[in-house]
Design a binder for this molecule. Structure first.
Ligand SMILES: *[C@@H]1O[C@H](CO)[C@@H](O)[C@H](O)[C@H]1NC(C)=O
Ligand SMILES: *[C@@H]1O[C@H](CO)[C@@H](O)[C@H](O)[C@H]1NC(C)=O
Ligand SMILES: *[C@@H]1O[C@H](CO)[C@@H](O)[C@H](O)[C@H]1NC(C)=O
Ligand SMILES: *[C@@H]1O[C@H](CO)[C@@H](O)[C@H](O)[C@H]1NC(C)=O
Ligand SMILES: *[C@@H]1O[C@H](CO)[C@@H](O)[C@H](O)[C@H]1NC(C)=O
Ligand SMILES: *[C@@H]1O[C@H](CO)[C@@H](O)[C@H](O)[C@H]1NC(C)=O
Ligand SMILES: *[C@@H]1O[C@H](CO)[C@@H](O)[C@H](O)[C@H]1NC(C)=O
Ligand SMILES: *[C@@H]1O[C@H](CO)[C@@H](O)[C@H](O)[C@H]1NC(C)=O
Length: 407
């Protein structure tokens, strides 16, 4: 935020220099320092290099006019004066569209913009809603939006991108995007306390971490190539009706206190591990009716009374099931069906008061029943160790050492 005094002197300074033009369309980096510079750039058809907005350029910067393309970056940063930034003509930014630490920016309007190399918007503390027109941005490699005042993010409708990171936007309540595939990381966390995240067309995703979300939907999701992690969310149900395979990664649901139903009706294979821990409202883990193969370990820890994996026929790691409730019958059924297909350590115990206290992952890659907990429970209850090989033992020991160090 700027003080009134700073504001007045900035305006005075501007009016003195506003006639001066110091940029051309051909500058490798055109730094806009005056309103006249902005007009000059707006009158270029295209700018090959980058465009920088200097703090002294004024409160309202409009680079709309003839300008349709910036070959390099468009950057405004560390500027407490700019309040409005717009262009109705700009269609393409070849490089990064970076808006960082613009603490007075309240209007952002780029209604023709469709292609950008990447978006990085951070510390935009008063911007409520960007106006990106319709369909908005349809091509970008990566999108990072962090620490803003945005309430909605609409108009980022890229088909496929590498990374998307939406974090610490404290007012964000709605994020809908028609994105189809994400080849590296999707991270959504620490945003508004009532965030609806809708990705109706998302089919393919690599690593993904979703936290602090109240409503989540990705009904078309078919493949996950990486790990999928849901931590501290407030949604009640989770369904991935079309997801058949998680390649090379884990699925985990940890500390989601309102979750009552996890449903993966088509899922057949998980490359890594499966962890469901401390979701205290989840009474039954029965949403994996077709799951056949788990390339890592399985850990179910919670307050459930039922669980089942009827089609399971190969678990490379161990299986640990522990509940605060009585689960003897469910354990028995599971052992009858799956006892001899678990390559790692197996244990199944009910009435364990501390079942929700271990929120560590089942280890996905090394084929252990690794869980961060001590394995002292194994002598009690229905614990049975099956097919434990030397490698498993070695990695279990290594894992134990790591956990001890960190706990
Ligand atoms: C943010 O921008 C202001 C100027 O508006 C500057 O004084 C401050 O140091 C910047 N903050 C960071 C973290 O760069
Ligand atoms: C997912 O993340 C893991 C661990 O950070 C990494 O090894 C892997 O390459 C990532 N997968 C993709 C497809 O980016
Ligand atoms: C959360 O958002 C939904 C719709 O976006 C709204 O219906 C609901 O009342 C909100 N809940 C709270 C607690 O603000
Ligand atoms: C947000 O999620 C993080 C874990 O990712 C958790 O530590 C934090 O408590 C959550 N905040 C709220 C308000 O749920
Ligand atoms: C789920 O997959 C089927 C078969 O591939 C497809 O017809 C259907 O449209 C998909 N559903 C969604 C919501 O994408
Ligand atoms: C899946 O992710 C791995 C890295 O984790 C990568 O080597 C592989 O190419 C990815 N598969 C596809 C189809 O992108
Ligand atoms: C869980 O959700 C799935 C999918 O929406 C539904 O078919 C199933 O009946 C639900 N299970 C319970 C116990 O409500
Ligand atoms: C279990 O979840 C609850 C509610 O989300 C949380 O308060 C608690 O800290 C979690 N326990 C652990 C051990 O993380």
């Amino acid at each position: 935020m700027y003080s009134k005094k700073q504001f007045v002197s900035a305006v005075a300074a501007l009016s003195m220099v506003s006639g001066v033009v110091s940029v051309t369309c051909d500058d490798p980096t055109a730094t806009i320092r005056t309103p006249a510079d902005a007009t000059q750039i707006a009158n270029c058809d295209s700018v090959e290099g980058s465009v920088l907005i200097a703090p002294e350029a004024g409160q309202r910067i409009d680079i709309g006019g003839s300008l349709t393309e910036i070959g390099g970056d468009l950057i405004a940063q560390h500027n407490g004066f700019i309040t409005d930034f717009s262009s109705s003509s700009l269609e393409t930014i070849g490089g990064a569209f970076e808006l960082v630490n613009l603490t007075a920016l309240s209007t952002l309007s780029f209604t023709s913009l469709s292609e950008v190399g990447s978006i990085r918007w951070a510390t935009l503390t008063v911007l409520q809603e960007p106006n990106l027109g319709n369909p908005g941005i349809t091509s970008a490699e990566s999108v990072i939006i962090a620490d803003t005042f945005l309430q909605r993010i609409d108009g980022i409708n890229v088909q496929s991108l590498t990374n998307m990171d939406i974090n610490n936007n404290a007012r964000l309540t709605q994020f809908s995007t028609s994105i189809r595939s994400l080849s590296n990381v999707l991270n959504v966390q620490a945003n508004g306390l009532n965030l609806t995240l809708e990705m109706p067309n998302l089919e393919w995703i690599a690593n993904c971490t979703i936290s602090n979300v109240t409503t989540f939907s990705a009904p078309s999701l078919a493949t996950v190539n990486g790990s999928m992690r849901f931590d501290s969310n407030r949604f009640q149900t989770f369904t991935a009706a079309n997801l058949t395979e998680v390649q090379d990664g884990d699925i985990s649901f940890i500390n989601n206190p309102e979750l009552t139903n996890i449903s993966f009706p088509s899922l057949e294979r998980i490359g890594g591990g499966l962890t469901i821990a401390n979701n205290t409202a989840l009474e039954s883990i029965d949403g994996f009716q077709r799951l056949e193969r788990v390339g890592g370990a399985i850990a179910f820890r919670g307050s459930f009374t039922e669980f089942g994996l009827p089609e399971l026929n190969d678990v490379v790691g161990g299986v640990e099931v522990v509940s605060t409730e009585e689960i003897d019958d469910a354990c028995q059924t599971f052992e009858d069906e799956s006892g001899n297909i678990i390559q790692g350590e197996y244990s199944c115990r009910g009435r364990e008061a501390d079942a929700n206290e271990n929120t560590g992952d089942a280890d996905g890659s090394t084929g252990t029943g690794g869980s961060g907990s001590d394995s002292s429970g194994d002598g009690e209850g229905a614990a049975v160790a099956l097919g434990l090989n030397i490698n498993t033992l070695v990695s279990l020991a290594a894992l134990g050492a790591i956990f001890t160090t960190f706990m």
